[in-house]
Design a protein around this ligand. Sequence first.
Ligand code: ACO
Length: 402
Amino acid sequence: AIDISKLRGQSGVITIDPGFKNTGSTTSAITFLDGEKGILRYRGYSIEDLAEKSNFLEVSFLLIYGHLPSKEEYTRFVESITKHTLVHEDVKKILEGFPSTAHPMGVLSSLVCAQTAFYPESLDPNRSSDEVDMSIIRLIAKMPTFAAWSYKNQIGQPVNYPDNKQNYASNFLKMMFANPAEQYEVDPVVANALDKLLILHADHEQNCSTATVRVVGSSHASMYASISAGINALWGPLHGGANQAVIEMLENIKQDGGDTKKWMAKAKDKNDPFRLMGFGHRVYKNFDPRAKIIKKAADDVLEKLGVKDPVLDIAKGLEEEALRDPYFVERKLYPNVDFYSGIIYRALGIPTDMFTVMFAMGRLPGWIAQWKEMRENKEPIGRPRQVYTGANERPYVGMSDR
Ligand code: ACO
C-alpha cells in the first residue's frame, strides 16, 4: 500500500491527463471495482450480497465506519438517524424563498449547505470525531426530508413532516407522495425496491461528484459544504443525469410511433450520433453488476404495481432486442444501472427531474465515507497543476490606444 504521508511535498514532472482517466488522486479502502470482471464491492462485501441481505442504513454504516455494525451499533445508528429526521423550522422559510421553477437539485444542494448556518460548530476543522459523527447522522437523517421537500416546493404542495414509525425508504416515499387530506400506505415492494436502488448507488469510488467532495473537503471546508458541492457535481447530465436521458429517449421513441427496430437501427448507424441511452458503460465492459440486481427489482415492481405504461413496454422491447442483436452483443453493450433505475423511478411515479435527487440520496453515505477517509488520512489540499498555453509577457496597453 502507498503511504500518502510519505509522498507529501514531493513534486516533479507535471502530467496532463484530461478527465484524470489514468490519474489516481488517492488511495482508498472503501470501494473495489473491476470493470472487466463486473465486480463491485463495498469494504470487501459484494454488491450482490449487500443488495440481497442488507439494507441501506446498514450499508451506510459499513461504508462510513469500515465494518458491518454489531446489533448494538446498528440499533444506535438507526435510532440516532430516526431522531434527527426533522429539520429546523426555518429551513421551510429558505424553501419558500425558491420559486416553484427551481430545479430540485439546486434546492437540495442549497438546503444541505444551509445546515452550516444551523450547526455552525460544523465549520470547525478540528472537531472531535464525536462531533463529526453528529454531522454524519444529521446528513443521513435529513437528506430524505430535504429531497421530498424540494419536490413539494416544485409542485406547490405543503410539505410533509417525517414519519419516524417508517423505515428510511418508506419515510421518504411518504413525505414525497402523501397528501395530507388522504390516507397514504407505503407499498413494501416499492419501499424495498427503493432501498435496493439506494444501496446500488451508495458508492462508486472516485467518480466526478465523489472526487469533488474530497477536493472541497481537502481545503477543510465543512462536511455539509463538501457534500453540497458533490450534489452540484452530480447534477450534470454527464454524471447523474443518465437515467433521466433514458426516460427522455423512451418518450421520444413513443412519440415517434414506438418503432423500436427503427431506433435500434439508428443506434447502430455510424453516421447517426444517436446512441441507445442506458446501454454500455465506460468502466464495466462485460456487465454492470448493479444492473443485474436492479433488473430483478424492476420486474418485481412493475408486476406488483401492475403498471401499464407504453414507455415501459418500449424499454422492455429495446432490452430484449439489444440482448440478441449482434451489434450490441459483439460490443458488449448491456443495459447499465441507469437503464433500470429510470424505469423503476418512473413506475414509482417519481418525476423525471427528481431522478438525480434519488441518486444523490443513495450516494450520500459514499460521499461521507470518502470525506471522512480523506480527512482521517490527513490528505493535503487538492491542487492540480497545469501547463500554461496563454500569451507570453506583454506590455499593458492603455484604453485610448486599443
Ligand atoms: N448505443 C449504440 N452504440 C454504442 C453505445 C450505445 N449506447 N455505446 C457504445 N456504442 C458503440 C460505439 O459506437 C462503439 O462502436 P464502434 O466500436 O463500432 O466504434 C463501441 O460501442 C464502443 O463504444 P465507446 O464509445 O468506445 O465506449 P465508451 O466506453 O467510450 O462509452 C458510454 C461508454 C459513454 C457509457 C457509452 O456506452 C454510451 O454513450 N452509452 C449511452 C449513454 C449512457 O447510458 N450513459 C450512462 C452510463 S452509466 C453511468 O454513467 C452511471
